[in-house]
Design a protein around this ligand. Structure first.
Ligand code: NDP
Length: 495
């Protein structure tokens, strides 16, 4: 093991050895080979990182930096991400197995997120509030919160971490990140680039390690002013209750079981591509995966035929190869989880139209075939629970009312797709679907400019867009009495 590269924590701009002296391995899921060891963080490393973030937050070099200058730093970091995009994309592909061409696409748009918040930095302000006494001025300001903890998953590490870091830093906070144990490398690199961009050393700190150790210690740290989390609903619920008990805020982006609905007036060929992209892109490992497909009865067979045909011909293989269309699941346990869900579906009475098998794709990795399940309904666990893999459950429906009822019959509410050429229907569906994002005749569209929020068990709080300002600042209300009249004695009653 001595030749394996070691990744340290990044705390106060320095590479820091874990207090425990322990390291853990990260594996390339396409080949099963160990690619590096990362520091196994615990409460001691977290304490160091929070102290570093806290002291930078209080340092006048950060606190008194003008918002415009903060914006420059964000812009510079966006530039650096652009300059290193190929490296960063490869790093993520090796860590989580997502297609290199998809990661290149994500990295190509990532600087835009930093530029967006760079532009917002000096546009954060309060307002003057009218009062009943014109001599009294009441105004509000928006202040940064302090040290923000960011806990992020493995499926799109840089993008999902940026969704938290960019607005948090823009607003003048400092940050401690605990990335997923499966994808430490790109986040450490991002933190190094932040230092290179000119952020003060303790503005972005990264403690790698396991959720139950480093993650929990971060959530529990008394100096944390806010926790921003993306991950599973179960972990999110634990984090939310811990934050609530200490009266700090939390932004939670959680799981989903999103419906993708095809009406008989849709362009069915386009809809089929939207369905395939919705569930098989990124091997289904996206929170917004369109894992429940509803097709109106008269186009059900045609849609199924098109989706099944394309799913069956998806090219599985090395995610570094441009010809590959589906890479591995991110790690073996995730592949096993997907396999056990499909087995469960079979036991529940589902029929597998295509896929339904694990494979190593001749590479020694942990892959799972694109899978289409039919003869399913909302009572089955494969339809109710998030699988986070390339598994679509396809169901017929008769009319709008029925599909609204079926689509909304879920604990989740992250996103929904609608395929129709009827404009009125599109608006009706957008209004009635219980999901924070609705796509009509498209799927998976995302932009730093467009706010998004999960409904129900899919989350709390907003990411992207100007609304995030409220997530990462606190409001202060200032009252100024401008009158020079004597202040009346409150105990002398005027007649
Ligand atoms: P987890 O909830 O298991 O983990 C997310 C992060 O939380 C990881 O960094 C993890 O560390 C950490 N963590 C785990 N337990 C704790 C704890 N007790 N205290 C603090 N931190 C903890 O999710 P996954 O990583 O498995 O990600 C997949 C899930 O994320 C899916 O369910 C998916 O729906 C959801 N997701 C949601 C998105 C959204 O925007 N709504 C986007 C992407 C994913 P470790 O890795 O060591 O376990």
């Amino acid at each position: 093991m001595s030749e394996t590269r070691r990744l340290h924590h990044l705390i106060g701009g320095e590479r820091v050895t874990p207090a425990s002296g322990a390291w853990f391995e990260s594996t390339n899921p396409a080949t099963g080979q160990v690619i590096y060891q990362a520091a196994r963080g615990d409460a001691r490393d977290v304490a160091l990182a929070v102290a570093s973030a806290r002291s930078t937050f209080e340092d006048t070099r950060w606190r008194d930096l003008s918002p415009t200058r903060r914006g420059h730093l964000l812009r510079r970091l966006g530039d650096l991400i652009g300059e290193h995009s190929e490296d960063l994309a490869r790093t993520e592909t090796l860590d989580n197995g997502k297609l290199l061409r998809e990661m290149r696409g994500q990295l190509a748009s990532l600087p835009e997120y930093w530029y967006y918040y760079a532009g917002l930095a000096d546009k954060v302000h309060g307002s003057v509030v009218p009062t009943s006494d014109h001599r009294v001025l009441n105004y509000t300001t928006r202040e940064p919160l302090g040290v923000v903890g960011a806990i992020t998953p493995w499926n799109s590490p840089l993008t999902l971490t940026t969704s938290k870091l960019a607005p948090a830093l823009m607003a003048g906070n400092t940050v401690v990140v605990k990335p997923s144990e499966y994808t430490s490398a790109s986040i450490l690199r991002l933190a190094e680039l932040a230092v290179e961009a000119g952020f003060p050393a303790g503005a972005v700190n990264v403690v790698t390690g396991f959720g139950a150790e480093a993650g929990q210690a971060l959530v529990d740290h008394p100096d944390l002013a806010k926790i921003s989390f993306t991950g599973s609903t179960a972990t999110g619920a634990r984090i939310a209750s811990s934050a609530a008990a200490r009266f700090i805020g939390s932004t939670l982006e959680l799981g989903g079981k999103s419906p993708n609905i095809v009406f008989d007036d849709a362009n069915v060929a386009n809809a089929a591509m939207g369905v395939v992209a919705g569930i098989f892109a990124a091997a289904g490992q996206t929170c917004i995966a369109g894992s429940r497909v509803f097709a109106q009865r008269s186009v059900y067979d045609e849609l199924l035929e098109r989706v099944t045909q394309r799913a069956g011909s998806i090219r599985i293989g090395d995610p570094l190869d441009d010809a590959t269309e589906l890479g591995p699941l991110a790690f073996t346990d995730q592949r096993d989880k997907v396999a056990s869900y499909v087995d469960l579906g079979r036991d529940e009475g589902a029929r597998v139209l295509t896929g339904g098998r694990a494979t190593d794709a001749g590479l020694g990795g942990c892959f799972y075939e694109p899978t289409v399940l039919v003869d399913v309904d909302n009572s089955m666990r494969v339809v109710r629970e998030e699988i986070f893999g390339p598994v679509a459950a396809v169901m017929p429906f008769d009319d709008e009312d029925e599909v609204i009822r079926l689509a909304n019959d879920t604990e989740y509410g992250l996103a929904a797709g609608v395929w129709t050429q009827n404009l009125s229907r599109a608006h009706r569906m957008a209004a009635r679907l219980e999901a924070g994002t609705i796509w009509v005749n498209t799927y998976r569209a995302m932009s730093p400019m467009s706010p998004r929020q999960g409904f129900k068990s899919s989350g709390v709080g907003i990411e992207h867009g100007t609304e995030t300002v409220k997530e990462y600042t606190r409001l202060k209300s200032v009252w100024i009495n401008t009158s020079e009249d004597p202040v009346a004695d409150p105990f002398v009653m005027r007649s």
